[in-house]
Design a protein around this ligand. Structure first.
Ligand code: MAN
Length: 500
């Protein structure tokens, strides 16, 4: 105590022009009056002698008489800070309870002045400055690089948006043209329908021809299939006989493993062989064709009873189709009428051609409209500042973290192995929100918040599950980078005490 008192007396003398713990710009607050007295800063009614400043006794309620010691209590309502000059580095303030506590607080007081009473902390400002300069060089380069990447991404996003706008404009122009074409086609159809004369007979005949050729083809294929199937069955039969002989006649005393295995597998094969009745037969298929023909019969306007013998499939179909089609043919008197008149003839072929064209244009317009609304929705969607998310649309990152592999698609989905964690919902600030994932057992549908932080490439850094099936990801990405001031970069610097 005596020793500390002596040192304090020395300090007061030594700093008579400069009060220890006080910044140069605040030294004037400690000016001593001509009478040799000084008043507490926030309570001028308390008057002290010059020797009472930094005498390790707290006299002022605001602690202003002890800026260089830890005599006055540091509270959140009344925080008291000590000023470190840190020549060669940057001045800093340190909480007064860290002053003269025996610990060298080099992170703030690299000059060791926080331990001025013992003087046991040597000045390490040169080493701290070196660390700082190295950090600033590396960080500034990295930030510049990241900002450049970000600028490129902003440009990419801008281009993506422009391309989308162009596509949309072209689509709308095309829709306008196609709508005009549709109107013209519809008018033409109306006109054609006014001059339409039924030609069902020719249509029916071509239908008969078409069906006949189809039926003959099917019959030919049946015949060839049936012959190849019976040949195959013969071969299978031969092989089965050969194996059955082997099973019957082999000598089990010869321990030939492959023979034994073959015998075992054949026995297995025989016991699992489907019954003959269970196998589909060509005759069965033929029967269903006949059934189809019978059904056609029910469409005929007049029921016939001519079918007393079982004809071939082709004949059967031909017979019913013939009847069906003849029912559409105009009566002989009508046909004569047609021959007599001289009007321009619009056939159903022409009408159908118009209808097909109209249908095709309508279909095209429908898909164009759908495309337009998708593009419009996309253009109005929130893609973050500078539309930055457009630059990463369609990109995926994947990483195994813990027991799962996580796959994240920007603006798309997130998977935990094959489990859907969520679909992209929106982007706010620096967070991507995903929701409506697969349902958690006894819990909610999975969802996630992805916090983006500046980094040179897209990389998943961590994942946590603060609540059941609600995940939090940290994703490094250049999309989160922005130009930083020197001050902002410097604020990330931490002294590496182990290297001092
Ligand atoms: C799986 C994973 C976990 C989740 C549980 C909930 O194991 O999706 O993340 O917590 O299901 O049952």
């Amino acid at each position: 105590m005596v020793q500390l008192g002596a040192i304090l007396a020395l300090a007061t003398v030594a700093v008579s022009n400069s009060i220890i713990g006080v910044a140069p710009e605040k030294q004037h607050l400690y000016k001593i009056s001509e009478e040799g007295i000084w008043s507490c800063l926030l309570d001028p009614s308390i008057v002290l002698l010059e020797s009472q400043i930094n005498d390790n006794l707290c006299d002022c309620p605001d602690g202003s008489d002890e800026p260089g010691t830890n005599a006055c209590e540091f509270t959140s309502e009344n925080p008291i800070y000590f000023y470190c000059h840190n020549d060669g580095y940057f001045p800093r303030y340190i909480e007064n309870y860290k002053v003269n506590d025996g610990v060298c607080d080099y992170d703030l007081c690299c000059d060791g002045s926080d331990e001025w009473a013992s003087g046991h902390c040597e000045n390490k400002c040169a080493a701290v400055r070196k660390q700082y300069d190295e950090y600033m060089n590396i960080k500034t380069t990295a930030v510049e690089k990241a900002s450049k990447v970000k600028q490129e991404l902003v440009q990419k996003a801008r281009q993506a948006k422009e391309t989308l706008s162009d596509t949309l404009t072209k689509l709308k122009e095309q829709v306008a043209k196609d709508s005009v074409s549709l109107e013209m086609l519809e008018n033409s159809l109306k006109g054609a329908e006014l001059h339409f004369e039924s030609d069902e007979s020719s249509l029916s005949l071509s239908l008969v021809d078409e069906l006949n050729s189809y039926v003959s083809e099917v019959e030919a294929k049946f015949a060839s299939l049936s012959s190849s199937t019976s040949k195959q069955q013969q071969r299978i039969g031969q092989l089965e006989n050969m194996l059955a002989n082997l099973v019957k006649n082999y000598n089990p005393n010869f321990n030939d493993l492959s023979v034994k295995q073959c015998v075992k597998q054949f026995e297995e094969y025989v016991s699992n062989r489907p019954n003959e009745e269970e196998q589909p037969t060509i005759d069965g298929f033929k029967a269903s064709m006949v059934g189809f023909a019978q059904k056609l019969k029910s469409f005929l306007p007049v029921q016939t009873s001519q079918l007393t013998i079982v004809p071939s499939v082709s004949n059967l179909l031909h017979h019913y189709y013939g009847q069906l089609i003849s029912s559409f043919k105009p009566a002989a008197s009508d046909q004569d009428e047609t021959k007599k008149t001289d009007k321009p003839k619009v056939t159903s072929k022409t009408i159908n051609a118009f209808k097909e064209k109209i249908e095709a244009v309508q279909k095209k317009l429908k898909s164009q409209q759908a495309e337009i609304s998708i593009h419009e929705e996309n253009l109005n969607r929130g893609y973050g500042e500078d539309d930055i998310l457009r630059s990463v649309e369609g990109q995926w990152v994947s990483k195994k973290i813990g027991e799962y592999t996580y796959k994240l698609g920007f603006l798309d989905t997130i998977y935990q192995d094959n489990t859907l964690i969520g679909r992209f919902i929106n982007f706010d600030g620096s967070s991507l929100h995903f929701a409506h994932g697969s349902k958690c057992w006894n819990g909610p549908h999975r969802s996630a918040i992805v916090e983006t932080i500046c980094g040179p490439v897209n990389e998943l850094i961590s994942v946590s599950e603060p609540e059941k099936c609600q995940y939090k990801f940290i994703l490094e990405s250049p999309i989160a980078c922005s130009p930083l001031t020197e001050e902002q970069i410097a604020s990330g610097f931490k002294v590496d005490l182990s290297k001092l």
